[in-house]
Design a binder for this molecule. Structure first.
Ligand SMILES: NC(=O)c1ccc[n+]([C@@H]2O[C@H](COP(=O)([O-])OP(=O)(O)OC[C@H]3O[C@@H](n4cnc5c(N)ncnc54)[C@H](O)[C@@H]3O)[C@@H](O)[C@H]2O)c1
Ligand SMILES: [Zn+2]
Length: 367
């Protein structure tokens, strides 16, 4: 078990990473501190509810919670909406939650974002405990305090920065996660390695078989390293004024690909994997990185079953994908901000105006 302390100007809490946390002393003590004397509302989705909600609900009274209710909504990104949040407000009121109460977000990134936004806004804010259950949520969405929902116009357009009081990252939940969702989390893990940690990149290269079979010690090591890496970035720039943007490596391309193909055909991690390829190719074309970089990155992504090009999208779609990128909310002052690798473990954030080379880099990974 590892504990990663998070210290931000307005918040101090721990991320605990390990197996079977609800039975272990340290996380139980931390959880008791978060819930004692308070009403708790476990927020989860329809898939996670039958898997893990009873286990969490059962320990909370023993840890001193005054009362515990559980509420779930239909699983999937389509339900990451204000309607779902409103249903949670009603459920919170029906359960008698007051300003001292605590919400426990039990699920993947969708649950974490929705329940987090609920906690940030219910009675102007109640305590939040994140209990991530997907690999993506373990290494990414439960860390850093971004919460929010989608609008019909686009993803994550409404939200807040809202830090939890505790993150319980129980790796035992990976056992029930479908392989495609595991790969989605691996894409984010490879992203951290490329942007920040060359040693982690080598570790991922050397341990493909063990990590693919979810070796326990290795999962604990890799997940806690990623949580620490993201925590460091967030500490330096909680509100994404600058450096936090490096976490978007592959994402500006990936989001546009997801939007172009229609959400669901390529899942997020697959789109990001292809997006990292586009960013790396562009870095090479601009003379900012060596040609071996995209080759090594491709080899690692493929070793973990991730795609490096979008075969189903015609090369001629590059211009349309570029247009979607320019509409992305990260475009500012008419300029596109892109995260480009310089070498494994180091990236730069650039304002980018050369549309031709960008279109070439996108097209090179299509068809
Ligand atoms: N807040 C942030 O900083 C941040 C960062 C990255 C992504 N996100 C958001 O996260 C979301 C994606 O998260 P996700 O990939 O976890 O998707 P998700 O929450 O939809 O989970 C994927 C699927 O797996 C199921 N599931 C969850 N845990 C399971 C388990 N242990 N066993 C079996 N099935 C399980 C879910 O019910 C769902 O059907 C997106 O909405 C994205 O915008 C947020
Ligand atoms: Zn992502």
């Amino acid at each position: 078990m590892r504990t990663i302390p998070v210290e931000l100007p307005g918040a101090r809490y721990d991320i605990v990473v390990g197996y079977g946390l609800l039975d272990a002393e340290v996380p139980r003590t931390l959880l008791a501190r978060a819930v004692t004397g308070r009403r708790g509302l476990i927020v989860t989705d329809s898939t996670v509810l039958p898997l893990y909600a009873d286990g969490l609900a059962a320990v909370l009274p023993a840890l001193g919670a005054a009362a515990v209710d559980t509420v779930s909504f239909a699983a999937g990104e389509a339900h990451k909406t204000l309607d779902t949040v409103e249903a949670l407000y009603h459920a919170g009121l029906a359960a008698g939650l007051d300003r001292q109460s605590v919400a426990l977000a039990l699920g993947g990134g969708v649950v974490g974002d929705v329940a987090g936004f609920f906690a940030a806004t219910y009675m102007r804010g109640i305590r939040l405990v994140q209990v991530p259950t997907t690999l993506l949520a373990l290494v990414d969405s439960s860390v850093g305090g971004k919460v929010g929902v989608d609008l019909p116009e686009g993803k994550n357009l409404v939200g807040a920065f809202f830090q939890p009081v505790l993150v319980l990252a129980d790796l035992a939940c990976l056992g029930s996660l479908p392989a495609r969702e595991i790969r989605c989390g691996l894409a984010e893990i490879i992203k951290y390695a490329v942007i920040l940690d060359a040693d982690l990149f080598c570790l991922l290269e050397e341990n493909v078989a063990a990590l693919t079979r979810l070796d326990r010690a290795l999962c604990e090591d890799v997940v806690s390293r990623c949580c620490a890496l993201k925590t460091d970035v967030v500490r330096a720039d909680e509100r994404e004024a600058g450096r936090r943007a490096i976490l978007n490596y592959g994402h500006t391309f990936g989001h546009a690909l997801e939007a172009f193909t229609g959400y669901g055909r390529l899942i997020h991690g697959e789109a990001v994997a292809i997006g990292m390829g586009m960013a790396a190719d562009l870095a090479v074309a601009m003379g900012r990185a060596a040609a071996v970089l995209p080759a090594r990155q491709d080899a690692l992504l493929q070793a973990y079953g991730l795609p490096c090009r979008a075969h189903s999208v015609a090369r001629s779609a590059a211009a349309a994908i570029l247009k979607l990128m320019e509409r992305d909310k990260k475009a500012s002052n008419g300029k596109l901000r892109l995260v480009l690798p310089a070498e494994i473990g180091r990236v730069d954030v650039l304002e980018f105006t050369d549309r031709d080379s960008l279109e070439t880099a996108i097209g090179g990974r299509l068809g």
